[in-house]
Design a protein around this ligand. Sequence first.
Ligand code: ADP
Ligand code: MG
Length: 910
Amino acid sequence: MYCFVTYSKGKTPRRPGHKKASTIDKDPVGVYCRIRPLGTEDEECCVEMISSTTIQLHAPDGLKANRNGEYKETQYSFKKVFGINTTQIELFEDVAKPLVEDLIHCKNGLLFTYGVTGSGKTYTMTGSPGEGGLLPRSLDMLFNSIGPFQAKRFVFKPDDKNGMEIQNQVDALLERQKRDSQQTVPKTPSSKQRADPEIADMISSEASCKSENVDEDCCYSVFVSYIEVYNNYIYDLLEGAPFDPIRPKPPQSKILREDQNHTMYVAGCTEVEVKSTEEAFEVFWKGQKKRRIANTQLNRESSRSHSVFTVKLAQAPLDADGDHILQDKYQVNVSQLCLVDLAGSERTNRTRAEGSRLREAGNINQSLMTLRTCIEVLRENQMCGTNKMVPYRDSKVTHLFKNYFDGEGKVRMIVCVNPKADDYDETMLVMRFAEMTQEVEVARPVDRPICGLTPGRRYRNQAFRDELTRRLEERGGPSNADDPVLLAQLIESLPALPPSELVDAADDQTLPCLIEVLERRHHIRQMMTEQFNKTANTLKSMLQQLDSQLSAKETFLHDQRSKLGEKDKIICSQTSEIERLEKKSKTLEYKIDILQKTTEMYEQDKRSLQHELETREQRLQRELTDRRRMEQCMQGMVTDAKLKWEKECERRVNAKQLEMQNKLWVKDEKLKQLKAIVTESKKPERPSRERDRNIAQKRSASPPPRSMALPVHPMHRRSHSAGGEKWVDHKPASNLDLDTVMQPIIPNAIKVSTPNEKALSKCHKYVLRHQELASDGEIETKLIKGDVFKTRGGGQAVQFTDIETLKQECPTAPRKRSTCVDNLEPWGNKAYQIGVLCSTVCHLTILEVKKSLGSTHEHISHVIGNTLTDHFLCLNLSKMNSKKVRSAGLSMFLTVFSQFYTSSVVITEE
Ligand code: ADP
Ligand code: MG
């Protein structure tokens, strides 16, 4: 009922087979950095550990000066950095322990130390007494884990082609006996040289560790080999022939071969089967000693050789009974862990090697160069998808490592750093190489296929044996069957034999009695046999039952285990899922953080914008109220203007009405006069006709200007013109009082608002001040003049002789009077021209202004006084450079002027 799953043949190291590249999981080469303490406290330190993964290199002071003070600090990151206080055990836990775990689980591993000489590579790998390095600790862990499950010596037997064979117990026993007989001197601890350190000196028993999940249904065997690569030659450090110090034979170098799985191995290399840590370490130390002697004898530079200590673990499953190893070569699994202490990485000149040593050193250097090149090409191939050939074959070391980089396994490198300033340049090169190495990926070793046999066979077998012994002991099993006490007790339980002595031949009682007793005994014995058989049968059936129960339990257990495996897988996947989700949540948290910050920023913006909005609204409100006030103000002004204009209109309407009334009145008068003439002509008085005709003639010529009729003459003083005549000054009540300075002033006039006979009878002249609206909207005052004469009827009549128009004009309409210009020649260019215009009758133009003349009040009076005789008024407006001042001057001028002349004044600006 047991089945076998065929799995691939054990090989070292295993190749990934023909898997599709895409399905292969890869891990980067794990690069760790260890900084050793400075030799002396006062040395300059150029390495600083700045985090658990990063170190910083400072250029030493001297170097800084050499490089024109250019100060350079470089940082390098690794999987982990171990500071100066790191203990060997801490380093082991982090770096080597997982590799040993892998080794136990059929996975290959490569661990190497890299760095300049004196940086602590050997210290890290081997350690010193009390401070065991990774190698003794790895061995210790391995044997602690597989200790009880080790196969007997020679059960596993390496073939010559890097494979592993399995021998049956008899062959193994024979071989053991053969070896024992060859060892003439028995090896006892006392016979050993105590100079060699033992494992107990390296690791304290408390520090030992163990793998927890070792497959207990397997048998294990450990083989170690130790080689040295010097000058690109491989030497076996465990080779049997002892080194002869008297006639040193040059050691024979070994060659590399490829096995049927294309794995590289050192052909003919000694592989020693070891059963304990002590033994393994002893073997290692033997090799180490041989190496040291060879180096001294052959004058080698020890720091220039690479040493490779390989731990090979062979394992094969127990058979179905859990009793013996399965005799099947193809069930053997071999894994190996390579512990490599590389040569110092420094350039040759540092060691001051000479001659052949230099050449050798150069070769060693070459192998490290090749290692660097291989790593570079690998990295390039992996990163750029190129398929360049990796030059593994260029050196022995890289050729040996080929399968680790090409195949599968775990590769780890410890970069050792001595922080002293002398090593700065070399350390920098080491760091660069190390950082680059981290980018190379190696296929992750796959899990070994699960063996189809029931797990827990070993313990079941053990438990069965123990139980059997116990029960046998309980029942007084075969071991004590011959016990005389038991036998005596058994015999005693049978019916006692009667005395069987025959004294008489005729005794016929003794024999029958004996026969009876014997028959009874025989019967009892038969019964006992039956009972025994029955009990045996019951036991057998019980055992069978137990067995079936056990197998049922086993299958159940198997099921449970497989379920457990599945559950484990689920847990694994869920753990990774949780990790992923945690990562995601972290990113999301980060995003939320950013968003919150952005929101805060926006809110701040919003607040400031709102604030601005409020300010603007307030301003708007203010402007609105201002506008409203303005509107009200404007409305007030509009109503004012409206009122004013209404008044004005009313005034103009009144004026028009007045004019019409006057016209009507004039027409009435004319009609009346006509009527009077008509009535008069009917009378026979002829002489008056003559005068009437004259008048008619004059009137027909009207309105030509008549100089004698002028109330104002430009060339004469008013006092003169107003001499002897007396005037009726008719000013209708409807007339508006115009504020013009030029008002006709008539002395000795009788002012009336309506003409009456009484006033007319006292005067010879009549004048009517008639106002009307001119076409330009200005009010025009017309002085309608006439002569008063007595009518025949004893009444008064007025004969109109002249109409004089007074009008005030706006100064914006430019008007130039050439006559005046000529007269004003002495003053040169005029800035202003002031004219007093008296319609058709009176025409006075005066004028004025030159900028060069003075402008004070006194000056004006003075000028007026001087020029009036000439009928020219000149106004001195010099320095009146503002319009306001000039107009003030003008108004002053006109006030004075109007005392002498009554007329409309036109002021025009050129
Ligand atoms: P390498 O093998 O790189 O040439 P070693 O391992 O021989 O260097 O180290 C040189 C010296 O430095 C040895 O004496 C060693 O004890 C000491 N040393 C190296 N690393 C450490 C360390 N981490 N702690 C204490 N001493 C160290
Ligand atoms: Mg060393």
